[in-house]
Ligand binder design. Structure first.
Ligand code: RB5
Length: 146
């Protein structure tokens, strides 16, 4: 499994923590930046991660900005991206189990490192439940294609 991760300056510190954590677990990580905490525009990084996931270059995406809001709004503009803003563990479980989210967004200024790593573990270790949820994902696709 290849994970593509990106952040703006508001999520930089948490991105570094998450990348290091996942690398230690032996996961393949593609980091699209930022690499220094200078001010940037979050849609540029949401686009890099979203395009990589939508094109199949990576399997799952992680986006971090100050709140996670700007990243999730931006990533969800890309066809095929289901980005879930999850600043708690329950949302992370449901995002994969019910929504088959392929990108998760977190708020680097909202949650601490401990909670963030639990959210990431939950997201990576939960499987999509399928069944009735497939019908709903199909309806999301219909909206995307309208
Ligand atoms: C940057 O100051 C901040 O607006 C950004 O990180 C994010 O929170 C946007 O949604």
């Amino acid at each position: 499994m290849k994970i593509v991760i990106g952040s703006d300056h508001g999520g930089f510190e948490l991105k570094e923590t998450i990348s290091e954590y996942l690398l230690k677990k032996g996961l393949e990580i593609q980091d699209v930046g930022v690499f220094v905490p200078d001010s940037v525009d979050y849609p540029d990084y949401a686009k890099k991660v979203g395009v990589a996931i939508a094109s199949g270059e990576g399997d799952l995406g992680i986006l971090i900005c100050g709140t996670g809001i700007g990243m999730s709004i931006s990533a969800n503009k890309i066809d095929g991206i289901r980005c879930a803003l999850c600043n708690d563990v329950y949302s992370a479980k449901m995002a994969k189990g019910h929504n088959d989210a392929n990108v998760i967004a977190l708020g680097g200024r909202v949650i601490g490192k401990g909670v963030a790593l639990m959210i990431i573990d939950t997201f990576l270790n939960t499987n999509f439940e399928g069944g009735r949820h497939n019908t709903r994902l199909g309806k999301i696709k219909d909206i995307e294609e309208r």
